[in-house]
Design a protein around this ligand. Structure first.
Ligand code: ZN
Length: 170
């Protein structure tokens, strides 16, 4: 077996393995911070470990509320705050929607926010890792996260609105 037969690689499996690992880290962090691992907090960690959609707290709340009617927005915020303080989740800025979007991908990369559809996407950029070290060295900061957000209009929104050359101006 040379290993390059037509076997489809199984992104789902390795994705799930990585997600499970991330979820375990989140749960450990919450526990270490003295929070009880309630069903709601577990659900938030489960959700966060499996999204690359840069959700806002409100979006997380709305996604989980049907399954967890006793979930409160405060719990979502508290949980996010702990994860952000520990550097496991990054708090990005808004995407033209005045809401904080949360980043769960802590690999070096740039974020792009579309001011029209309010989506935030990742752009891998390994150089960012080197920058981080240089910033830490030059400042003495213990770096917990980064907000490297470029904003504009995504290709899809440009196609849908070709006349609109400029992003909304406020
Ligand atoms: Zn867009």
């Amino acid at each position: 077996m040379t290993g390059h037969a037509t076997t489809q690689s199984q992104p789902t499996t390795s994705y799930e393995a990585a997600a499970a690992q991330r979820e375990a880290r989140f749960l450990e962090a919450l526990q270490a911070a003295g929070l009880r691992l309630t069903a709601q907090r577990r659900a938030i960690c489960h959700y966060l470990a499996r999204t690359d959609a840069h959700p806002t707290a409100q979006q997380i709340y709305e996604a989980l509320k049907p399954q967890f009617p006793s979930l409160s927005l405060t719990t979502v915020y508290n949980t996010l705050d702990v994860l952000v303080r520990l550097g496991l989740v990054y708090a990005l800025g808004g995407a033209g929607d005045r809401a904080v979007h949360y980043e769960t991908n802590t690999e070096p990369h740039i974020n792009l926010a579309c001011l029209v559809c309010h989506r935030v996407i990742d752009l891998p950029m390994p150089e960012v890792g080197a920058w981080r070290s240089r910033v830490a060295e030059a400042s003495g900061f213990k770096i917990l996260g980064a907000r490297l957000v470029y904003y504009g209009v995504c290709p899809e929104c440009q196609r849908q609105n070709p006349a609109d050359d400029n992003p909304p101006s406020e």
